[in-house]
Design a protein around this ligand. Structure first.
Ligand code: AMP
Length: 216
């Protein structure tokens, strides 16, 4: 199984798909958003540095994220672990940094999977979801409430502070302004496949599994 870079706008189901694919293929799920949220919850130096940025839906600095990822991928390489990236890269400098970092570390080209979902569906999904504190599992509001146990792992569910409607629009704008450029840079360096993200999560997983199993 190749290493995977999972790309897609906020609300595309990237986190859910990342957790499933990583479990199915024993890949380490590396979610920069989850690492940063945990740092905020734990009140670490990193957490204090990024708390306000996460709250606003803006992006943490490229230097900070690149240092974090260089350290993480170097460690996984030393452990011989495969990985799946979720939420990184998010800007052109991060995408260029990733290409350079993999060459430096002697890691072979990952497959880039881009999950595509129309904008109205993204806003609808993001404004009505609960996330679990343990592993990024996502449940629609209505099926459960704030504080209920996650149906997948039992950890408490909460409403992410950046899932409020104003912040949702800002996150989508940031995605269009900054993250779409990444896809072009990654597509020039690595094999890239696009997958339709509409439909039940299990259906989307099957589509991704299908493209990962075929030549790309
Ligand atoms: P996510 O869980 O991927 O939606 O990330 C949540 C928040 O964490 C984002 O809105 C950013 O504030 C921050 N973040 C996560 N990954 C990155 C990244 N690669 N570059 C900059 N900021 C990030």
């Amino acid at each position: 199984m190749p290493n995977v870079v999972l790309m897609g706008p906020p609300g595309s189901g990237k986190g859910t798909q990342a957790a499933r694919l990583a479990a199915n293929h024993s890949l380490r799920h590396v979610s920069t958003g989850e690492i940063l949220r945990r740092a905020v919850r734990d009140g670490t130096d990193l957490g204090r540095q990024v708390e306000n940025i996460l709250q606003s839906g803006g992006l943490v600095s490229d230097d900070l994220i690149l240092d974090l990822m260089r350290e993480t991928l170097g460690r996984l390489q030393a452990e011989g672990r495969g990985w799946l990236l979720d939420g990184f890269p998010r800007t052109a400098p991060q995408a260029e940094g990733l290409v350079e970092m993999l060459a430096d570390l002697g890691i072979e080209a990952p497959v880039v999977v881009l999950i595509e979902v129309p904008e109205e569906e993204l806003v609808r999904r993001l404004s009505g979801r609960l996330t679990c504190t343990a592993d990024n599992h996502v449940v629609a509001r209505g099926e459960a409430e704030d504080g209920d146990p996650c149906p997948e792992c039992g950890a408490p569910l909460y409403i992410r502070s950046d899932d409020k409607p104003e912040t949702v629009r800002n996150r989508l704008r940031v995605y269009h302004e900054k993250t779409e450029a990444c896809t072009e840079i990654l597509g020039a360096a690595f094999p890239l496949v696009k997958v339709d993200g509409l439909g039940a999560p299990a259906t989307v997983t099957e589509r991704i599994e299908g493209v990962l199993a075929s030549d790309h």
